[in-house]
Ligand binder design. Sequence first.
Ligand code: Z7Z
Length: 402
Amino acid sequence: MKAAAEARAGAPILHADPFTREFMDDPYPHFEAMREAGPALWSPQYECYVVARHDDVQRVLSEWQTFSSAAGVGLANFNKEKPWRPPSIVLEADPPLHTRTRTVLARTMTPGIVRKLREQFEREAELLVDRMLDMGEFDGIADFAEYYPTKVFPDALGLPEKGRENLLPYGAMVFNSFGPQNEFTQAAMANADAVRGWIMANCARAELTKDGLGAMIYAAVDSGELKEDEAAMLVRSFLSAGVDTTVNAFGNLLWCLATHPAQWKKLREKPELARNAFEESLRYEGPAQAFFRTTTKDVEIGGVKVGADEKICAFMQSANRDPRRWERADEFDIERKVVGHMGFGTGIHGCVGQPIARLEGEAVFAAFARKAATIELAGEPKRQYNNVLRAFSSLPVRATRQ
Ligand code: Z7Z
């Protein structure tokens, strides 16, 4: 214990608790203080290191040999603690396992496949936006953000319609569990067995349509690349990673547009900016706040010596606002050159579903830009507290037609 304390003595102490309402209500001053304090901080409360500057976040997410994912990408160290579910064989894995599973996933999201999905995604986007404009006032979360990603993505996957209401509660379990076992994790786990049961049952080959992305995963069993139980685990990865992330990306971008009238005006004038607006919202107000890695050996981060088997929390959303990397880091600008943001992560674990996420974002917000004249808040937004997702639980919006 004493040796460990001394080994960590070189790092400034992180006093703030990132997994509290107070922090989540306004994380940005905390992020700034973390970046200013040094390249790597030590949290005595959680016994982990923290990096918050763009370059260090990028490094931790890129050097997978040193910063491993196999012991989990949450606070829990799977070398010491039993995971709450069987680990993901793509997210919570290193090469060579990760290489094999990611290859199969990536094959289901090639440009050719995304092109085929586009027509259906755009049709649903038009219907969604028309419905919102007919309502005039709507909840940007329940009516808008939650609707579309729980419709088009499971449709593309080939998932049964019945029981899809389990998807969002499952996402809440997955993402809260990357943080500590606090009140948010406990609340998300309230109905865990039923939700988990539905998810696993619906990852089976027999439940999926023959022509969806899920069936493509099972085709890799037939070609000998995967075992049957591995295919089910990869379908589970789709359901874990592909819903809450886009839901909250939609909610966050809608909030950005409702509260930045000059940017909304620009988007209305040029709906073709929708793709970059979505991207900028992932930088400015991205849903994925932070992920952990585990050191495989002694390593130095900006002069701080970190031992082996230590947890490091990489704050992607802080990297996205680091003035060392971005001009006008705290300004939302839909015409910004936004390459290099950490909203999709980076490195070998960088979001494999990003072509589909971008397709969804572009389809919906281009439709909004073409059809709506005004968009503004109609009430006070309420935050959804989640250990690693930046999210609203409610977002009252008023919008009028062109
Ligand atoms: O494979 C998985 O279960 C999985 C779960 C969550 C993969 C990825 C994610 C994830 C999504 C992690 C967005 C961080 C941000």
